[in-house]
Design a protein around this ligand. Structure first.
Ligand SMILES: [Zn+2]
Length: 265
């Protein structure tokens, strides 16, 4: 049996969780034995499958690249992306985020605060509503229990009938109490997310002069990368890459640019 949180953590829980995730995504080398630092981190934006790393011939040249693992079965387009393009895109994005934080740390907090608020507000409201409703029902059950108890005392309710009703009420009340406790814990956890933001900012401080992408930096900073299918509608091949950072999630650059435009206006 496992009892969680009964001992003082030997390593920081955040780090522990991160290591478990990395282990889950353990890199599998290709047939040629090569690995890439992005293996296990990159997903198809359309079907959600992992993109797998290939060093085999593609078109006329031998290129290190990633493709959607469902593309072989013909269930998805390839989402072909060269490893060096991915690396370059990631480095550029990371450098942008880092330099933004280096220059406008407080503004970054504001932006992230607004983003988070919008995301969790709905969820929190829904949870609070359920909690309020459940608490009301718990009180109602108390009242019903008192009523049937009086009836039993007045002998207008048989012992057997009383037992059945009392058991029902008690069970429902226990279930609701458990539900309220679970939801309250979830609410508290969501409120802790602002701590994650501070952890992220602390982490970024280590990389203010980042020049080169290394597996260590990538693993430390990035949780997930989603690659969209290439878009050739403009005549040029463009490809959207969504980057999910550790602790703070999806950070599109438009998030920062909107803010800058608002400032200028
Ligand atoms: Zn796919």
């Amino acid at each position: 049996m496992v009892f969680e949180n009964t001992h003082e953590a030997i390593i920081d829980f955040d780090i522990w969780e991160r290591v478990q995730e990395l282990r889950k995504n353990r890199r599998r080398p290709t047939r040629t034995g090569k690995t890439n630092m992005f293996s296990g981190l990159v997903y198809c934006a359309d079907c959600g499958a992992k993109l797998y790393y290939c060093t085999t011939k593609y078109f006329e040249s031998r290129q290190d690249h990633f493709v959607c693992s469902n593309s072989r079965k013909g269930e998805c387009s390839t989402h072909f992306i060269r490893a060096v393009v991915l690396e370059q895109g990631m480095l550029t994005h990371m450098q942008y985020v880092i330099s933004y934080i280096a220059q406008f740390e407080d503004k970054f907090r504001t932006i992230m605060g607004a983003k988070r608020k919008a995301e969790v507000k709905k969820e929190l409201d829904a949870k609070r509503k359920v909690i309020a409703k459940s608490e009301k029902r718990i009180k109602e059950l108390d009242r019903l229990f008192r009523l049937i108890y009086e009836d039993k005392a007045n002998e207008t309710l048989s012992e057997t009938r009383f037992k059945i009703l009392a058991d029902d009420y008690e069970r429902e009340q226990a279930e609701l109490t458990e539900k309220v406790a679970a939801l309250t814990a979830e609410l508290e956890q969501q409120e802790e997310q602002s701590e994650n933001l501070e952890h992220f900012i602390d982490k970024v401080h280590k990389y203010f002069d980042l020049q080169k992408l290394t597996p260590d930096v990538l693993n430390d900073m990035v949780k997930r990368v989603e690659v969209h299918a290439p878009d050739k509608s403009s005549g040029k091949r463009t490809q959207q890459i969504d980057i999910y950072y550790d602790l703070v999630g999806y950070l599109p650059l438009s998030l920062f640019q909107t803010e800058t435009r608002n400032d200028a206006a």
